[in-house]
Design a protein around this ligand. Structure first.
Ligand code: SF4
Length: 534
């Protein structure tokens, strides 16, 4: 029995017609990881529901029978370092790595997903087509657009596709630089027929997504995922999950959430409620009441994210009764000043109260999540984080307390995109480790070096593709990246330029031609508001 036979499908794939487009849809990681991605599941199901597409799935470890001459090859790209696997899979399929080395006989290589929607530029050389934004309408528009010019030559196809909103054809844009290792000078379409700006697509319906497949082989075994909200209205100034996906949308309770959950419960008893700020759904209480019914006694519910001031005793009780032992809350810092800077509307008393409520509701553990190196941070802010964790520990004896901490990483399309990584963060993570250890608080820092690599990719431009190809052979350590920078010295800016430098507001950004939900002027206004708190 193959893993594909062990899947419970929640849709009926169409039977491909004789002239259906031979397509491969890949996830650049193992099956267990890929099949746990709701985005991958949805795109695959959208393609499989079309009788004019004959789609086969490809993962790094297994695949369905593949077409000999695919016309389309898609990648769902969710984690930056999976680019290595994208390149490996292209080689496995004997497809040139660079779009400019592909000809009519090669498939069109397209990609979508969070990494490409945030900043596709470091990967631009590897893709013929990039789909920006929500997939709901975009994917069908892309396939329909392709069908309209299916027999044309590659250049005609690409030019035609570039006119579809949200479809970005990197090869049709020319980027120039002030010098090989200098700032970007211009990003222009190659001629007037190609749009100047590509707008990320936003789906505005109130029926959000839910799993199309449930399997025990998923990383979250037998989980049925339901998207409760999309984006987050809080707009913390560093937050990609909010700024890149605005506006905040909520699934209709009667029209989307309940029917989806009931469908999922026909094949599993594990429900995962997904979204950047699930508890901010306006009818979240009603959803909780619905899940609290005695007929759902054996249903296990996990929740992706909880906003601090929504952790009531009732929420904790419902989750505890439905098999959840622990919740995770992002507080970012114990300093009121820093939370003002990042626009996190939360005060220390609310954080302590959330922990008290979690314990009173029967949860066994709570994990707080924070960041070091937030713009404007001083050593005294770190002391405040230590102090509040200490107060929580005292106020909730017996509740297991963990503090996870990452380093601030600038993200495109957010007001903090112009800030570099604060190199004090490394020292501050070490300090937190020592101080929290002394107080018996479990500290889980995220690797500082990994944050540096993330920042590099996050603010990278097209010149990084060469570097990424080199590091593919050297490994994904910071040392490998540094070695590659050394080898390519003079051909691109140094690591510091991408990672640590604060960028000028009038500097041309690598994603200047890709329009996110908010205009640059609004981002600058939000940045100014933040800075007025320093
Ligand atoms: S509350 Fe969380 S998801 Fe929402 S904007 Fe802030 S960090 Fe992002």
């Amino acid at each position: 029995m193959t893993v594909f036979n062990q899947e419970n499908l929640l849709f009926t794939p169409a039977s491909p017609k004789a002239d259906a487009i031979p397509t491969i849809f890949a996830f650049p990681n193992e099956y267990t990881v890929g099949i746990t991605s709701l985005g991958y599941q949805l795109v695959w199901a959208t393609l499989a529901l079309r009788s004019d597409v004959d789609v086969s799935r490809l993962f790094t470890d297994i695949h369905e029978p593949l077409p000999r001459s695919p016309e389309l090859l898609g990648f769902s790209f969710s984690w930056e370092l999976d680019y290595v696997n994208i390149l490996n899979l292209l080689e496995f399929l004997e497809i040139p790595l660079h779009s400019n080395q592909r000809y009519n006989e090669h498939p069109l290589v397209f990609g979508g997903g969070p990494v490409l929607t945030a900043n596709p530029e470091p990967f631009a050389a590897f893709f013929d087509v990039i789909l920006l934004g929500d997939g709901e309408e975009l994917l069908d528009n892309f396939i329909d657009g392709y069908k309209a010019i299916i027999t044309a030559d590659r250049q005609t196809q690409l030019r035609h596709l570039s006119k579809i909103p949200g479809v970005y054809i990197p090869s049709l844009y020319e980027v120039t630089y002030h010098s090989f290792d200098g700032e970007i000078k211009s990003i222009e379409p190659i001629d007037h027929e190609v749009p100047n700006i590509i707008k990320k697509q936003t789906y505005r319906g109130n029926i959000l997504s839910a799993s199309t497949v449930v399997t025990e082989k998923a990383a979250w075994e037998n989980i049925y995922m339901v998207e409760v909200v999309r984006s987050c209205p809080e707009m913390c100034r560093f937050c990609l999950a909010s700024y890149l996906t605005l506006p905040f949308r909520t699934a209709s309770l009667e029209g989307s959430l309940i029917p989806a959950i009931e469908k999922g419960l026909t094949v599993t008893n594990r429900i995962g409620l997904l979204g950047a700020s699930v508890t901010q759904h306006p009818e979240f209480e009603t959803l909780l009441d619905y899940l609290s019914q005695s007929k759902y006694e054996d249903v296990r519910v996990s929740i992706a994210s909880v906003r601090t001031n929504t952790v009531t005793e009732k929420l904790a009780k419902t989750l505890a009764n439905r098999g959840t032992r622990s919740i995770t809350i992002a507080v970012e810092s114990g300093s009121d000043k820093l939370r003002k800077i990042i626009n996190k509307k939360l005060i220390n008393e609310e954080i302590i109260q959330a922990a008290i409520n979690a314990k009173a509701g029967g949860l066994k553990a709570i994990k707080f999540y924070g960041m070091a190196g937030i713009p404007g941070e001083e050593d005294s802010d770190i002391e405040e984080t230590i102090m509040i964790l200490e107060s929580i520990k005292k106020a909730t004896p017996g509740l297991r307390l963990t503090f996870g901490c990452s380093t601030f990483v600038p993200k495109s399309h957010t007001p903090f995109q112009w800030f570099g990584v604060n190199n004090e963060a490394k020292k501050r993570l070490k300090y937190l480790e020592k101080q929290l250890g002394k107080r018996g608080i479990d500290f889980r820092p995220e690797s500082y070096n990994w944050s540096v690599i993330q920042a590099l990719i996050s603010r990278g431009d097209r010149r990084l593709s060469k570097l990424l190809e080199l590091t593919r052979y050297y490994g994904d350590t910071l040392g490998s990246y540094k070695r590659a920078f050394k080898e390519l010295k003079g051909q691109l800016p140094p690591l510091d330029f991408y990672v640590y430098n604060n960028w000028k507001l009038d500097q041309l950004l690598p994603w200047n031609h890709l329009q996110g939900p908010l205009p640059q002027e609004t981002l600058i206004k939000h940045l100014d508001e933040s800075m007025s708190n320093i």
